[in-house]
Design a protein around this ligand. Structure first.
Ligand code: ZN
Ligand code: ZN
Length: 217
């Protein structure tokens, strides 16, 4: 694998360490972290920081004024724990956290066509956000779209380009509300990626928009 160029944001790593991300986003973060030494080190430092906050909270409990602040911190500590990031390597295309969700590697995925040769598989998570695998034929585009929330996309095979740059295996693109883009898979190899969104995508073209409720994209 070539060197990873595009990494997770601090906000995503902090949210993951605090256990506050929707399950769909946690899966993408855990998958990237399992492939990326740099983000694994950054995550470890946020986790250490989180532990420090809880220790500090115990000392502060001596004063009544601090009661609420302490309770808030303890509440934070009770947030559902993010799935542990394992460093185990298993043969296959998918990183281990993703293999655990899919129940196997790429051949276990039940793809559904969504038009223009693109296929997707939505993975089962809570309903706060959605995570899907996308299979984009080499040289093909995903329809031009904007986002109602945040979209994070992790490349697992091949590469795509959009208005923002090139994303190869292990790279993560974080697209926000303001961003409109048309990801195009590079020629030569089909692109497979894992994408989490916390709002429906906004398509410009009328056709994908009509099909949207059916396809859950
Ligand atoms: Zn990284
Ligand atoms: Zn997008």
């Amino acid at each position: 694998m070539t060197k990873i160029q595009h990494h997770l944001t601090d906000a995503l790593l902090m949210g993951y360490a605090a256990g506050t991300l929707p399950e769909a986003f946690s899966l993408v973060v855990a998958s990237h972290v399992s492939m990326c030494d740099e983000c694994r080190a950054r995550l470890a430092s946020y986790e250490a920081l989180g532990g420090g906050l809880i220790d500090g909270a115990e000392e502060m409990a001596l004063s009544d004024d601090c009661f609420e602040a302490v309770m808030a911190r303890i509440d934070g500590a009770d947030a559902p724990a993010a799935p542990p990031v394992r460093r185990v390597r298993r043969p296959g295309l998918f990183p281990v956290p993703l293999q655990d969700y899919v129940g196997g590697d790429v051949e276990a995925v039940r793809w559904r066509p969504i038009g223009m040769g693109v296929r997707q598989a939505i993975l089962e998570t809570d309903r706060e956000a959605t995570v899907r695998l996308l299979h984009i034929p080499a040289g093909s585009a995903v329809p031009d779209h904007g986002h109602n929330g945040t979209e994070i996309t992790l490349v697992l095979q091949g590469a795509f380009r959009d208005e923002d740059g090139r994303y190869g295996p292990g790279d993560v693109e974080v697209a926000t509300e303001e961003m409109h883009h048309t990801p195009v898979a590079e020629p030569g190899m089909d692109c497979i990626c894992l994408a989490a969104t916390d709002g429906p995508l906004k398509f410009r073209a009328i056709l994908p928009r009509l099909a949207q409720p059916l396809l859950r994209i």
